[in-house]
Ligand binder design. Sequence first.
Ligand SMILES: [Zn+2]
Length: 462
Amino acid sequence: MPNKIFGIDLRRPSPQFDSSLADKNASRDSVPDLRQASMDHIKRPTLPGLGGKKHSSHDKKKDKDRSVSKDKHAKERSPAVPKPVKLNMVMESPPALFIDPPQQSSGALISGRLQVLPNVVNMGEVVLTSIVMYLECTTTTKRPVHDRCRECMSNITDLYEWKFLSKPKTFRSIDGLQELPFSHLIPGHIPATTHGHIGSIDYSLHVRAKTNDGKEIEYRRDLIISRALRPTNDKNSVRIFPPTNLTLNVTLPSIIHTIGDFPVQCRMTGITTKRDDTQTRWKLRKLTWRIEEHETVISPACPQHASKVGGEGKGIQHQHDRDIGMDELKQGWKTDFDDGQVEGEWTAAIDMSRNPQCDVEAPNGMKITHNLVLELVIAEEWAPNKKPSQATPTGAARVLRTQFNLNVTSRAGMGISWDDEMPPMYEDVPASPPQYQNDRTSVMEYQGDDLHDDIEGLTLSP
Ligand SMILES: [Zn+2]
C-alpha cells in the first residue's frame, strides 16, 4: 500500500475524521485530502493548450446550467419538439490509443467533423449563436459518500474546449449538411478509459449549440481512450524463503494482456540438503497460481455532503480486491535432486469473463494494479545417498507463498504512436538485475490432506 498517490498522503489522518463514517466493508478506508487531486494538478511538461480545466472554472450558475441541460437532454428524446438543428459527428482518427506510460506517452491525436443539419421545418434557416464542444472526463464511484447522491457519485472535468463560432452563424436548410472540422492532441498523461468494479473513468465529446432564440441542442459521443505499454525484456525475479535454502527464480513477460495467455518460467534451487550418508530434499507436490486485481478509489464528497467526511475537498478511500484467474498444477515440472533443483514452464491467463481491467493510476486516486500470486506446496523426504531413489517421506510439508507485480495493458495492435518518426521521448532503461525481495515471500506449514493419501506412489489424484 503506497503512502502517496499523486502527492496525496493517504495515511494522513484528518482531524475532523469520524472513523464511524468509513465504509465498514473496507478495512483500509481513510479520509485523504483531495484538494490536490484534480485533473489539472498533474505536474508534467505539457504542450501549450493541453492543460485540463475543472468544471469549477465555470461559475456555479453554469455548472447548474450543465446539469439542468442534461435533464433537458433526456426530455428532448421525446419526439414532440423537433430540434432546430440535428448534430452528428464523424471521427476521422483511429481509436485513441496512448503508447507508453503516463510519464512518457506523447498522447493521441483525435480528429473529426461536427455535422450540423438544419431542420427543414424551421422556416429554412436557424441562427446559432454558439457551438461549443467539451472533451469531458467523467469519474464515477459506486460507493458515493452519500447514498444515491448524483453529485457525490460522479465528477465531470473539462479537458479541452472548442468554440466553433466566433460570431452568430446562419444555417440554411438549402445548404444542407455543414461540417465543422476539429482536432486535438489528447495529452498522454491522463488515465485511460477504465470501468472498474467500484470506480470508472470515461471520456466523451459533448457538444452544446445555442440558437438566437435561446434553444439549446446537445450531442454527446463517448471517446474510448486506451493505453498500451511496449513490451521490453522479460522480467527475472528471485525470491528466497528463509529459513530454508530454497530460492525461486521466476521469469515473466514485462507486460501481459487481458486477452490471451502468457508463459511463466519457474526454477527452484536448494531443494536437496546432502549430509555424509543421507540427504533430505523438498519435493514439489502442488503449484497454485492466482491473478489478483486490486482496485482503489477515493470517493469525493459533493459540497452538500462535505460535512460527512470532515470538510470540502476530502473523500473516503475504498478498496476492492478480487481474483481474475487461477489454476492448480500437480505436474509438469522436472525435478533433479542431484542438482538440487526443480523447474518448469506453464501458461497463465486472465479470465476474460471477469471483466478484467488494465492497470491505471489516476490523479483522483483511482488505481488498479495486478499481482501474480504463486503458492508452492513442498513435501520433505529422506533418502540414503547411495540409493537416492529410495526415498521416504518425513511427513513435513510447507507452503511457499510469493507474489509478483503484473503490468496489465491494452494490446497495441496496429496502433503506432503519432510521433513515432520523432526521436524517443524516454531513455531506454536496461533490465535491472534480479532483486531479492524477502518481504514478499512466506513459508507456512502445509495443512492439506491431499499429500498423505498416496504419497508413497508419488502420484497425486486430483
Ligand atoms: Zn452528495
